[in-house]
Design a protein around this ligand. Structure first.
Ligand code: CA
Length: 245
């Protein structure tokens, strides 16, 4: 991964709106990025396969398909690709669908270019550090979080998590039974200079809970740890099997 804002950091914009696409292309190049712009989902997917960019900015409403499906395809084929959804749909359900499909982040239109550039800097700054850890696998009840291999196992079977879900779970699993504040989660998983709303944390926690319970439902006798909400403070991860912890 190239350094933030390097011309070697390559961004692909998949956006059918001429005004927004042109604005992004101009702004991203002005921000020091190499930028390519595709106007359809199909051409965007082909371009990702051909050029292997670092980042995709993905419009959800494309003429030839739903951006959520495209996000899912891109994530399946390119695990390390940074995917940021651009959506005019501010409903939580659409945001959750996009994040579940594998997107790393989202911005609701209209957004300012400076906010987009700040988000990209934050993501790009964080990514290399995420793989630098050498800590031993973390275990809470039947859950194991291996931060070196970046794998999450429940009852010995892998659960696929998107990057932020993994990082939130790993941070909670480092302190099982202890309260972790919203501020700590936002600073350590998102960015130390985070200035936006923290709704993205709630969305990530909700998605994480759902993935854990769905994985447990598919595995007889396995109990996932519970993420308890501490109102006005943060979250706590605790084993749901009293006998095992
Ligand atoms: Ca569109």
């Amino acid at each position: 991964m190239a350094a933030p804002s390097s011309p070697h950091t390559r961004i692909l914009v998949i956006e059918d709106d001429e005004v927004i696409g042109r604005h992004l292309e101009t702004g991203l190049r002005g921000g020091g990025y190499a930028c390519t712009w595709c106007r359809t989902g199909a051409s965007g997917v082909a371009e990702v396969s051909r050029t292997d960019p670092d980042v995709v900015l993905l419009d959800l409403g494309l003429p030839d398909g739903d951006g959520v499906d495209i996000a899912r395809r891109l994530r399946a084929d390119h695990p390390s690709l940074l995917i940021v959804i651009l959506t005019a749909r501010s409903d939580e359900i659409d945001v959750i669908a996009g994040l579940d499909a594998g997107a790393d982040d989202y911005l609701v239109k209209p957004f300012s270019l400076s906010v987009l550039l700040a988000r990209l800097r934050a993501h790009l700054r964080r990514r290399p550090a995420a793989t630098a850890s050498q800590e031993a696998p973390l275990s809470v009840g039947d859950l194991t979080v291996d931060t070196v291999a970046r794998r999450c196992l429940l009852g010995g079977q892998e659960i696929m998590l998107r990057p932020k879900e993994f990082e939130v779970l790993a941070l909670l699993a480092r302190h099982p039974g202890a309260a972790v504040s919203r501020e700590t989660l936002m600073e350590q998983v998102w960015d130390e200079n985070w200035f936006g709303p923290t709704k993205t944390l709630d969305v990530t926690i909700a998605s994480l809970r759902r993935r854990l319970s769905e994985a447990a439902a598919a595995r007889a006798g396995v109990h996932p740890p519970e993420i308890t909400t501490l109102r006005g403070h943060g979250y706590r991860l605790e084993s749901s099997t009293p006998s095992s912890n």
